[in-house]
Design a protein around this ligand. Structure first.
Ligand code: KIV
Ligand code: NA
Length: 265
């Protein structure tokens, strides 16, 4: 099989072919998504929410991200795997940022890392890229800054924040990022940014003009049912289906129907 690389994504943008990205946190789902033909798997720090049950992405540690990433890497043959640097492992200075990125690459076999922020992250991005590690940016509603924002509402609706985002996107490109996520910003702004950059943009709640799209697996598969933002398209209702299956199993155990003769030795 032909592996997807950062260069493949660049070519896809040039050819106008959209990039598909989904999160995964373990071996079994990564294997399914890779075999289904996904271009990019993101081992997102959304693991903090959907795997560990925290309210925000802030508590997850580098060791925990490495565990998830190692599991994902064992399941894939073809797709590009990007791993989030979690909160607190890159913001303080570029030495720490580089050391965190190196740990992820060395201990997991990942192909790239992602981190949040614009101008304030540029020095770290440059050093990580200089070390040979591909970096994906992340602008807009960056969840590690949720306590600064105070709300999960759409970002960059006003001109000042929109202008800063446009500037930040160019800075990320200049710093050597191979792509950037744009999260929860107006579609018109995402379109302008996507057209102004030669590197691909991957949108989530950022409209149809981005060069690719990403969704959190638990949201698009309907494992989460409480989280229903406008941008989410839910492709399955696994919550309902799993509940039904487990209830049938409980009933079969209680009634003595399971296991039957064919299911016994
Ligand atoms: O952690 C995550 O799942 C993400 C995507 C939503 C972009 O960063
Ligand atoms: Na993330």
């Amino acid at each position: 099989v032909k592996r997807i690389t950062t260069h493949t994504l660049q070519k896809m943008k040039s050819n106008g072919e959209k990039i598909s990205m989904i999160t995964a946190y373990d071996f079994s789902f990564a294997r399914i998504f890779d075999a289904a033909g996904i271009d990019v798997i993101l081992v997102g720090d959304s693991a903090s929410n959907v795997m560990a049950g925290h309210e925000t992405t802030l508590p997850i540690t580098l060791d925990q991200m490495i565990y998830h990433a190692q599991s994902v890497l064992r399941g894939i043959h073809r797709c590009l795997v990007v791993v989030d640097l979690p909160f607190g492992t890159y913001q303080s200075n570029s030495d720490i940022a580089l050391a965190s990125a190196i740990r992820i690459m060395k201990e997991t076999g990942a192909h790239a890392i992602k981190l949040e922020g614009g101008e304030e992250a540029v020095e770290s991005i440059k050093r990580i890229v200089h070390a040979g590690i591909p970096v994906m940016g992340h602008l807009g509603l960056t969840p590690q800054s949720i306590y600064k924002f105070g709300t999960y509402t759409v970002r960059a609706k006003e001109e000042e924040e929109a202008n800063k985002l446009k500037k930040d996107a160019l800075l990320l490109q200049e710093a050597g990022c191979f792509a950037t996520v744009l999260e929860k910003i107006p579609a018109i702004l995402a379109k302008e940014v996507s057209e102004s950059l030669h590197i691909p943009t991957i949108g989530i709640g950022a409209g149809n003009a981005c060069d690719g799209q990403v969704l959190v697996m638990h949201d698009m598969l309907g494992i989460n049912t409480e989280f229903k933002p406008r941008f989410l398209r839910q492709y399955l209702n696994l919550h309902e289906q799993i509940t039904g299956a487990v209830q049938q199993y409980i009933g079969d155990v209680k009634s003595g129907d399971f296991p039957n003769e064919h299911e016994s030795y």
